[in-house]
Design a protein around this ligand. Structure first.
Ligand SMILES: NC(=O)c1ccc[n+]([C@@H]2O[C@H](COP(=O)([O-])OP(=O)(O)OC[C@H]3O[C@@H](n4cnc5c(N)ncnc54)[C@H](OP(=O)(O)O)[C@@H]3O)[C@@H](O)[C@H]2O)c1
Length: 294
């Protein structure tokens, strides 16, 4: 089976390429430089040339705060990009697995969000991602939109890397304790997408649509930071635990408003594909161990 992955150098993209090749799949790695998804003619030419069985879009503009002042760029990548990919896939009659985000929700609900809950993104990143999802769903029946959350991994910038850097430089830190979500390891997202792709390869069809996928247990950023520091000390990446003070969102204002609760209900993906929610603490250990050997 031949899979084409856009955004191949990102957190999820790089895991997809590495793990797909290990599984014996033919992986076409399309980096930003090789295939700019905001350019329709480039996308058409690239996909037609490689003729994959399926496309996975892991490319995105992911700088949530920067998107507030860089709307046009975020829109071109997060909204127009998936629309371009869906249009190319439609012409070639191939499916598109597209990754989306928990930030399409406003976070005012106090229970986990299901796939049918009404999105209401608060920031430019979430709004542009939602427009991309809508374009995919409208143009291409053979699509999976996988909404994931709080992504971290060994490659790229993420909360784990930031905390480790801050923990090395500071004895005391303040971390937001009133936003809740499900941290999700890029490796687990890649495994999930490859499981879905393989099922398509085997059955020729799958239950298309939108799915939620994130890890357990749901935590606040503060609790996530506590776990990061505890594991980092255990693995010798940090000499000692920094003192962490829990603070409110109001005490740490950011350009983009983030959802207070973006915990995802992931029952649908378990029912349709048998994919269970993993424990992010294992992904955290994997990530830190990767840095330990570097
Ligand atoms: N990161 C999170 O916490 C998070 C949370 C929820 C959902 N998600 C979603 O999960 C997916 C994967 O995110 P990630 O964390 O793996 O992102 P990432 O590490 O930021 O990787 C995104 C990749 O997309 C590439 N890219 C940017 N603009 C592009 C363009 N015009 N054409 C082609 N490639 C382009 C980037 O390349 P350059 O760096 O060279 O520009 C980068 O390699 C995205 O859909 C994201 O919205 C992420």
């Amino acid at each position: 089976m031949k899979l084409l992955v856009t955004g191949a150098k990102g957190q999820v993209g790089s895991e997809l390429i590495r793990r797909g090749r290990k599984l014996g799949l033919q992986m076409i790695a399309a980096s930003h430089a090789e295939c700019d998804i905001s350019n329709q003619s480039l996308v058409n030419t690239f996909i037609t040339h490689h003729a994959p069985d399926l496309v996975i879009n892991s490319a995105a503009y992911t700088a949530v705060d920067k998107a507030e002042v860089d709307n046009e760029c975020a829109r071109a990548i997060n909204s127009q990009g998936p629309a371009n990919l869906a249009s190319a896939c439609f012409k070639l009659n191939i499916p598109l697995l597209h990754i989306s985000t928990d930030y399409v929700f406003d976070g005012f609900c106090d229970t986990p969000y299901g796939e049918d809950d009404q999105p209401n993104p608060q920031g430019c990143y979430g709004k542009t991602k939602l427009a991309g999802d809508e374009a995919v769903a409208k143009q291409l029946k053979q699509h999976i939109i996988l909404r994931v959350a709080w992504v971290f991994g060994a490659c790229g910038n993420n909360f784990v890397r930031t905390m480790l850097r801050l923990g090395q430089d500071h004895d005391e830190l303040r971390v937001v304790a009133d936003q809740f979500g499900g941290p999700t390891w890029a490796g687990d997202i890649a495994i999930t997408l490859l499981t879905i792709a393989k099922r398509y390869g085997k059955d020729g069809s799958i239950p298309w649509g939108t799915y939620h996928y994130s890890s357990v247990p749901a935590v606040s950023w503060y609790e996530f930071a506590q776990a990061i520091f505890a594991e980092s000390v255990k693995l010798g990446l940090l000499d000692k635990l920094p003192k962490i003070t829990p603070i409110t969102t109001a005490e740490y204002p950011t350009p983009a408003q983030r959802p207070q609760n973006s915990v995802l209900n992931c029952q649908k993906i378990q029912k349709q594909f048998g994919i269970k929610q993993p424990d992010w603490r294992l992904g955290l250990i994997n990530t830190l161990q990767d840095w330990q050997v570097q």
